[in-house]
Design a protein. Structure first.
Length: 662
């Protein structure tokens, strides 16, 4: 700005609009924002100029493979804030910028109307308008060129006022706005992934516990045989913990005991022995051909296989002998084992990412990912990514997606908020969250507001898990069946992506290893379990019902329209989601209202105060609610309405809203 005026570009001094607070922008454009195919990118900014003139603004956008810019309009909503959206029909990187200019014609017309009420002659002002129309005609062709010329001549007459404020002239002029002078924002990137990065339903199981025969361990073939069950439950991602050979040295016993018996299978996260490492299948589970058949069978059922990406080794992994520099040594020459004080993992060697041989290490890990992509895997759940360098993940995800843009990576990072967020910035498609530890209505509302209403929503996609093999929360331990049902509904309707660790979830396994622990007693991490899927108390049918609702309602397949509603009982939580085909959130095509009783032991009732304006509902008109869980129908009118939920029968409502005419 301290340059002489004569050195500044011509457009610099004549472009009056100011464009600030552009979204979606991550770290001033250092990282791309996230979007997915099938959901337009919502863009917003504060745009204003000196004086009272009207402004016109739009967003210019293009795919990285395209050279021509496309244009979509922005609309002023309030207080100099503008919003709009642009479509993203295919994966890849899109770039966009916002362009604004003073709208001379609409400003002139508004002032013309104001002057008409003050009395002076309008003849001179009509001449000004005629000149604006002639400039537009010069930008037009064919019939529009001729018609604008005629209208310009007519404006110069004393009776041109009615023509000036008429609809025909406004419509024609809107097609040929003055392109100069314009102000433009910086150009920003949006990484667009396939729809499953936004909406996915995960089911986790241990293949070695998939046997229908309690006298033997399970195999990949048993997992394939279980596919109809998983499909019936409505899951579209089947996540398998590590399926690689398990080390023998320092193998863990039941419940994580430091000494294992001769028949104890060990932890799948202790990867590698003579039979192979990260690109091998455990011989007890089957062969690579069995895995390929599993991937094919899952695909035929509309399910994708997600593999665990665990970048650590057992002491017996081939890399330990082949690449000793990839592991950190203690002064006595031994390798430092993994630990998370007070926990110690003697059966795991962490990789040393500070090794001088880091380039070869990075390439070896990339080859692991490429190997499984070659066997049909496009989704990876990444174990503890926050314990590896951020620059490594940024590089790995970029080089993998350059050739395989359909790859999705879920970060299993129960870590500090800023670290979790940065993993999302560097490229992880989805992230585990703190949902498991958010249990009161206030905790849930505050946390979901952070995830959906702040700039975090521009780059972090949450994936909610009520349980994992590592986490059996106290709420599940003591709440029983109503809590399992309530937590499932919360996870499945608050977040577009969610998952459960099964069959432990649907069979409501809730016994902890010891009081105060979140570890399961007799955890599958250390031993083979047999699951009776036909138990009459199983929640399988309830899970299937909830997942069917998710599949049938676009409102639940995204997070950005989540809206909480007031209720006079803090043991109840009420919220809604809408889906619409336009940028107007109130003009919804699908709307779902959810109410959940957070008290597993008591019936709870209260008055719900619906935010009618947020849902585009008329306070005087009734609206219908179809409970998709019970099948019951209700009719409400106005803001305040009564609900009651008995956890002994059903701890939640999932209502489909319908407007009623008259």
């Amino acid at each position: 700005m301290n340059k002489p005026a004569e050195s500044l570009p011509e457009a610099f001094g004549r472009a009056r609009p100011v464009i600030t607070s552009v979204r979606p922008v991550v770290d001033c454009g250092r990282y791309p924002a996230k979007a997915s195919v099938g959901q337009p990118v919502a863009v917003e900014a504060d745009i204003f100029a000196d004086g009272p003139d009207d402004l016109r603004a739009d967003v210019r956008f293009r795919h990285e493979d395209e050279t021509e810019w496309q244009t979509a309009p922005l609309e002023s909503v309030d207080n100099d804030h503008w919003r709009g959206e642009f479509p993203v029909p295919r994966p890849g990187c899109y770039c966009f910028r916002i362009v604004a200019t003073v709208d001379a014609f609409t400003s002139w017309r508004r002032n013309l109307v104001a002057r008409a009420d003050s009395g002076p002659s309008l003849s001179l002002e009509l001449l000004v308008g005629a000149e604006l129309v002639r400039r537009a005609a010069a930008r037009a062709e064919g019939a529009h060129y001729r018609r604008l010329g005629v209208l310009a001549d007519q404006l110069e007459r004393a009776d041109g006022f009615e023509l000036a404020i008429g609809a025909e002239l406004a419509e024609l002029m809107s097609h040929y706005p003055d392109p100069d002078p314009t102000a433009a924002s910086e150009t920003y990137d949006v990484e667009v992934e396939r729809a499953r990065a936004r909406f996915s339903t995960w089911y986790e199981l241990f293949p070695r516990s998939a046997s229908p025969d309690p006298t033997r361990a399970g195999t990949l073939a048993d997992v394939q045989a279980r596919m109809p069950y998983i499909s019936r439950l409505g899951f579209d991602v089947l996540y398998l913990p590590p399926i690689h050979p398990i080390g023998m040295t320092a193998r863990k016993g039941p419940n994580g005991a430091r000494v294992a018996g001769p028949d104890d299978p060990g932890s799948p996260w202790s990867i590698g022995r003579a039979a192979g490492g990260h690109t091998a299948v455990h011989p007890d589970l089957g062969t690579m051909a069995d895995f390929d058949r599993l991937v094919a069978a899952a695909g035929a059922a509309g399910i994708e296989i997600a593999l665990d990406l665990t970048f650590q080794c057992s002491p017996d992994h081939p890399w330990v002998a082949e690449h000793p520099d990839w592991f950190r040594r203690l002064p006595d020459g031994s390798v430092r084992t993994a630990e998370n004080p007070p926990k110690r993992y003697e059966d795991v060697y962490p990789l040393d990412f500070e090794t001088a041989d880091w380039r070869q290490l990075w390439e070896a890990l990339r080859e692991v990912v490429e190997f499984w992509i070659g066997h049909g895997v496009r989704i990876f759940r990444v174990d503890n990514p926050h314990t590896k360098p951020m620059r490594f993940w940024e590089w790995l995800i970029a080089v993998v997606r350059a050739d395989h843009p359909d790859v999705i990576m879920l970060a299993e990072a129960f870590t500090r908020p800023r670290v979790m967020e940065h993993l999302a910035k560097v490229g992880f498609s989805q992230s585990y969250t703190y949902f498991t530890w958010r249990n009161t209505a206030r905790e849930l509302e505050d946390y979901l507001t952070e995830l959906t209403r702040t700039p975090v929503a521009d780059f972090l996609r949450p994936n909610f898990w009520p349980n994992t093999p590592d986490i059996l929360h106290e709420e599940l331990q003591r709440g029983g069946r109503p809590t399992f049902m309530a937590r499932l509904v919360l996870a499945a309707t608050l977040a577009a992506s969610y998952g459960i660790y099964g069959p432990a979830f649907e069979l409501m396994v809730r016994e902890a290893r010891e009081p105060g622990s979140e570890e399961y007693l007799d955890s599958e991490k250390y031993e083979v379990r047999y699951w009776d899927l036909d138990r009459p108390d199983s929640l399988a049918d309830f899970v299937a019902r909830v997942n069917s609702i998710r599949t049938g309602h676009p409102a639940l397949q995204q997070d950005r329209t989540l809206q909480f509603h007031g209720v006079d009982n803090d043991r109840l939580i009420v919220y809604s989601k809408t889906a619409c085909s336009t940028s107007d959130a109130e003009d919804w095509d699908d709307a779902v209202l959810v109410a959940v009783n957070l008290d597993p032991g008591s019936m709870q009732a209260g008055t719900v105060f619906i935010d009618l304006a947020a849902l585009g509902l008329d306070p005087a008109e009734p609206f219908s609610l179809h409970d998709l869980l019970s099948g019951n129908r209700h009719q409400w009118t106005g803001q305040a309405n009564y609900i009651r939920l008995d956890p002994a029968t059903m701890p939640a409502h999932i209502f489909h809203l319908e407007r009623l005419a008259g």
